[in-house]
Write a protein that binds this ligand. Structure first.
Ligand code: SF4
Length: 97
């Protein structure tokens, strides 16, 4: 039986944004995380949400299984006692994920 070649789907829309220009116009929108590797830039809301999630009571109940949840937990270790995250969380009222 001969294989039929399926035509490719049209590519999804990819916005054409000049990131540097946008950051110049919105200097307060993003912060640089002092604790995550690679000079992570994230929104103030995302930082506050990470802090809130890292300080949820259920956080301490997460064990080594399931592994992907454990990896997520380890990713938030730096956020647990972060002063920047605490300030942003009290400033921006967000709920934990
Ligand atoms: S809470 Fe602290 S460690 Fe976590 S993303 Fe925000 S600044 Fe970085």
């Amino acid at each position: 039986m001969k294989r039929v070649r399926k035509p490719r789907k049209k590519s999804n829309f990819v916005p054409n944004i000049d990131v540097d220009a946008w950051l110049d116009e919105n200097p307060q929108a993003m912060i640089s995380c002092p604790n995550q590797p690679g000079q992570l830039k994230l929104t103030r809301e995302a930082c506050a949400k990470r802090y809130m999630t890292a300080n949820e009571p259920r956080w301490s109940n997460i064990g080594a299984e399931p592994f992907h949840i454990f990896v997520f937990k380890m990713n938030l270790v730096a956020c647990r006692k972060c002063q920047t995250g605490a300030e942003l969380a009290s400033e921006i009222k967000v709920k934990a994920a």
